[in-house]
Design a protein around this ligand. Structure first.
Ligand code: PEP
Ligand code: MG
Length: 975
């Protein structure tokens, strides 16, 4: 924060401490302090007669702020692409070229540079991918020739020849975006095989089984990935061969079987594509590179990007890597390992290994691998070498690594390293441990944790006390618990989500085609695969609970059911998955609140040292207030008093109050509600002692407390027609119906609600103010430090604000006088009407604070009904990219954000240093928190569970700002 801003803030703090009450006194005090600028207005006019801004009032005309220069977050591509060097050998690459070479390419380059055993290769840049799409899926000029030159270089380095008939060079063609998108894009292995090179391989390796196995795998992979064929026809051929040979698995098939299968596969290709399988290895390479580029725009990759908020323009790089083979016998194998446990963060090698296999066997989950510790027993020397490499990589990158390796005839090769995806729990543990181990600084630790992901840590776990029937046990792949109904089809999960139904997606194993269903489901359950299978990796990345490899479960996708030990679970049946323990239960189990680990507490404390924004909570009960405090809330930014009205024993009184036809009879009901409300406020104020508590006066339309008009109509009609109807009951129901009809509005969200309720029924607000102030004065006498802020909802005109400010301050002062104890309080308003933003400078004359109600503000700025939009057109808008994000979840910076900016600037133009926060749902959403930081708000307020998320997001906002400043300074230095 700049010095001047800081001093403004302290001045404002002092002023608000000195100015204990709202109303005229506060205004007067503020004016004499020079806090309220502008022309004095006649204050004595109670009621609704204040003049609004008039054309003859030049002093009050505040110009609109200029539009924001930069648009939203950095999602737009650089305006013009100057396509430079199109390919890089691994020796030329490195970690600093990540955006250009993708994560995988940069990693391979970096590992080559530090002398690790990486097979030679080269990378086609992400810029080329972008240009490929700009050109309508065409290679840019010169790319093909450049790739040829790179292949010649590879031939020189390996001593092999691409398409050669003596010592053929085979390559893998792998995708790799700048961030890891596991399994979302395509890869082709064993490329460079044709009839001639396969024969050469037979002679060279003296292993015809290996060569023909590689060839048939390549034909299938090329056909499915590059030619777009389905995998089923190939799998059927394979199944037929396995059955005919009467062997347990494909690895037991003979060389002749693989050779015959290759011919059958090629016949399938000819049949489906009406073309021969390409024999020319350069054509194979060109087609594979195109396919990898195209996979950037596959549905699963698009879905994944949307979920992760990655922009579409980034593109993927393509890595062409010399093939090494893990399936060359028992001294060969392949594996994936993390340098720390990606579920818990524990510091130990964690991973899987498969002897005599290729990488895809591990990732796809088709063969179940063994733990990496087995490798130690089988090939101790190689294991030690791998452990050393892992340690070196972690130290080099200062982060937990996810490493793919292959052993070819007892020689270790590292094929990839990347920062390992990890559960939120592991992210916190690893970040805190790495600070302790002096690998990284606190700032780095804070930047390593995804704020949205830590919400999962704060979510409920299955209540341990609860006894439940265990259905099946699998691998605890991604922590947290989730309950929902069983669905087997990812599309059904998406449909159910639209209907607000919670689901658990159950599949034999997931593939990238299931990603949209995984996003929609609450949790994932699979019967196959291990801790590094697709389901496990993707679920962890998404922060979704997952149990994988529950092998005793037999899934029948066609019948939409699964059976475990004779017990059947059908689609629609409720289950609960516990990704922390790997146990699946029948039914929807109750959940218990999460606990903060000491490491988590450390991280959050560090976050507090950096952040500028205050973090408050939205809490309506003393229990919520306590939870909010435990999670680090520094105050309550919104207490919605209507929730107190909804409680079972109060509702009849509330209904009676609404039914009342005169203010007197209404007051009688309110008197009954008074002690209950007072108790509520006592509880909350006590729980938050010493901290501000913002209490909002009643907000929702009154009919929300009454039975529905349709139900009542049916009831009254039935009573009227019934032979034995009790006339008193009928007349009571008829009276209720009359009142419900009177209160019925076509558009209740825009009707008699928010501050309009207080204008039409002032006695309701009076009762609430009395309850607040009586609770506050009583507690004050008990020496509890109370700081109530009374908030008027939905003000749109200065006259509303003035009238209600007068009403509130008169009642508050009356209670203070009667109690004989002064309590510091403030009166402010929610800014949730676009008009309020326009006249914020006038409203600020009577409001001591503002809080943005961005739920209503979004509704009104967009003109989208907040009750209907998300279930109706917003999913379509997101799909069609009319909207980039749901504006009810992420603040629309360009529209709603501009209204906020205008209101903030205008409010503070009148009342310097005015305290302004946000209490809409956006207050706990990380991108929106960052926006609020840049806007200059004082605090964000969100649900208690999101308080830690907001604390971290607020700290990251400061750190990102510093990084940007440092980068800017560096640029200037260089210039
Ligand atoms: C808002 O509108 O943003 C708000 C916090 O109020 P509510 O959601 O209760 O209308
Ligand atoms: Mg609102």
């Amino acid at each position: 924060m700049s010095k001047s801003k800081k001093s403004q803030k302290t001045e404002a703090k002092k002023a608000s401490a000195k100015s204990p009450h709202g109303g005229k006194a506060a205004l007067k005090a503020a004016k004499s302090n020079g806090k309220v600028k502008g022309k004095a207005k006649p204050d004595g006019l109670a009621g609704l007669v204040l003049a609004e801004i008039g054309p003859d009032d030049p002093v009050r005309r505040i110009p609109l702020p200029p539009p924001r220069k930069a648009t939203s977050r950095k999602l737009e591509p650089p305006t013009k692409l100057h396509l430079g060097k199109m390919t890089y050998s691994f020796e030329e690459g490195g970690a600093d070229l990540r955006d250009l070479l993708g994560g995988k390419g940069a990693g391979l380059g970096e590992m080559t540079r530090i002398g690790l055993p990486v097979p030679p290769g080269f990378t086609v840049t992400t810029e080329v991918c972008r240009r490929f799409f700009e050109l309508g899926r065409q290679f840019p000029n010169g790319l093909e020739e450049e790739i040829h030159r790179r292949v010649v270089e590879l031939e020189r380095k390996t001593g092999k020849e691409f398409g050669g008939e003596v010592n053929p060079l085979l390559v893998s063609v792998r995708s790799g975006a700048r961030v890891s998108m596991p399994g979302m894009m395509d890869t082709v292995l064993n490329l460079g095989l044709n009839n001639r090179t396969c024969n050469a391989l037979v002679v060279l390796t003296k292993n015809d089984k290996f060569a023909w196995d590689a060839y048939r795998r390549f034909v299938q992979m090329f056909a499915t990935v590059v030619l777009g064929m389905k995998k089923e026809p190939f799998e059927e051929v394979l199944k037929r061969y396995v059955a005919k040979a009467r062997v347990g698995s494909e690895s037991e098939l003979t060389a002749i079987a693989f050779r015959n299968m290759t011919s059958e596969y090629k016949a399938l290709v000819r049949h489906y594509t009406k073309k021969d399988f390409p024999e020319d290895v350069f054509i194979q390479l060109r087609m594979a590179v195109e396919a990898v580029f195209n996979s950037w725009n596959s549905r699963r990759a698009i879905d994944y990007r949307k979920h992760s908020h990655y922009p579409d323009w980034w593109g993927t790089a393509v890595n062409v890597v010399t093939m090494v083979f893990g399936n060359m016998g028992t001294d060969s194998g392949t594996g994936v390992a993390f340098t720390r446990d990606p579920s818990t963060g524990q510091k130990k090698l964690y991973g899987e290994f498969l002897q005599n296999a290729q990488g895809e066997d591990v990732v796809s989950g088709t063969r179940t691998p063994v733990k990496i510790s087995e490798l130690e027993k089988q090939q101790p020397k190689i294991y030690r070498q791998f452990a050393d490499v892992a340690d070196k990589l972690e130290k080099h990158y200062h982060d937990m690594q996810d490493i793919e390796f292959t052993i070819e005839r007892a020689k270790l090769y590292i094929l990839q390293t990347r920062s390992g995806k990890r559960s939120a729990a592991a992210a916190v543990q690893i970040a805190a441990d790495m600070v302790k181990e002096r690998h990284i600084t606190r700032e780095e630790a804070l930047m390593r944790i995804e704020p949205a992901a830590i919400a999962a840590l704060l979510h409920a776990q299955i209540d341990e006390k609860h006894k439940a029937q265990i259905l099946v046990k699998g691998l605890n792949a991604a922590p947290g618990a989730a309950a929902g109904i069983v669905v087997f089809d990812p599309d059904v999960a998406v449909e159910m989500k639209r209907e607000n139904k919670k689901t658990i997606l159950v599949r034999p194993m997931t593939t990238p085609d299931d990603v949209h269903g995984m996003i929609a489901a609450e949790g994932i359950l699979t019967s196959q695969g291990g801790a590094t299978s697709h389901a496990a990796v993707v679920a962890r990345g998404m922060g979704k609970p997952a149990v994988v490899g529950a092998e005793t479960m037999l899934i029948d996708l066609r019948a939409r059911q699964f059976t475990v030990k004779g017990e059947t679970v059908k689609e629609g049946d409720p289950i609960t998955v516990d990704g922390t323990t790997g146990i699946v239960y029948r039914g929807l189990l109750p959940m218990a609140a999460a606990k903060l680990t000491p490491q988590f507490e450390h991280i959050l404390k560090w976050a507090d040292e950096y952040r500028r924004l205050g973090v408050y909570a939205n809490a309506d009960t003393p229990e919520d207030a306590k939870k909010a405090r435990d999670f680090g809330a520094e105050g309550i930014g919104l207490c919605r008093t209507e929730h107190m009205f909804m409680e079972q024993e109060r509702l009849p009184v509330v209904q009676e109050m609404i039914m009342a036809e005169t203010p007197d009879s209404r007051r009688k009901c309110l008197e009954q509600l008074l002690p209950m409300q007072r108790e509520d406020f006592r509880g909350i104020l006590r729980a938050m002692k010493g901290l501000p508590v913002t209490i909002r006066l009643l907000d929702p339309p009154l009919h929300e407390f009454l039975p529905s008009l349709e139900d009542l109509l049916v009831e009254v009609t039935e009573l009227r027609m019934g032979a034995k109807t009790d006339p008193t009951e009928l007349s009571a129901k008829e009276r209720l119906l009359r009142r419900v009809r009177q209160l019925h509005e076509t558009n209740p969200m825009l009707g008699l609600r928010v501050c309009r309720l207080g204008i039409v029924f002032p006695e309701i607000y009076q009762m609430q103010v009395r309850a607040i102030m009586e609770a506050a004065t009583e507690l004050k006498k008990e020496r509890v430090d109370v700081r109530p802020l009374i908030m008027i909802p939905g003000v749109g005109t200065v006259t509303e604000m003035k009238a209600l400010r007068d009403l509130v301050s008169a009642e508050a002062e009356r209670i203070i006088k009667a109690a004989g104890t002064r309590v510091n309080y403030q009166i402010g308003t929610m800014i949730e009407m676009p008009r309020a933003c326009m006249v914020a400078h006038r409203i600020a004359e009577h409001a001591e604070f503002f809080s943005f109600g961005t739920n209503d503000l979004t509704q009104l700025v967009f003109g989208y009904s907040r009750d209907d939009a998300e279930g109706s057109f917003i999913p379509v808008y997101l799909e069609k990219k009319i909207l980039r994000e749901d504006p009810f979840q992420v603040i629309d910076q360009d529209g709603v954000g501009e209204f906020m900016r205008m209101a903030m600037e205008r409010g503070r133009a009148t009342r310097e240093g005015m305290k302004i926060g946000i209490c809409g749902e956006h207050g706990g959403e990380p991108h929106s928190v960052e926006f609020c930081h840049h806007l200059g708000l004082d605090y964000v307020s969100c649900s208690p569970f999101r308080v830690p998320v907001a604390r971290l997001a607020a700290a990251q906002s400061v750190l990102k700002e510093r990084q940007a400043e440092a980068a800017g300074a560096k640029k200037v230095d260089q210039d």
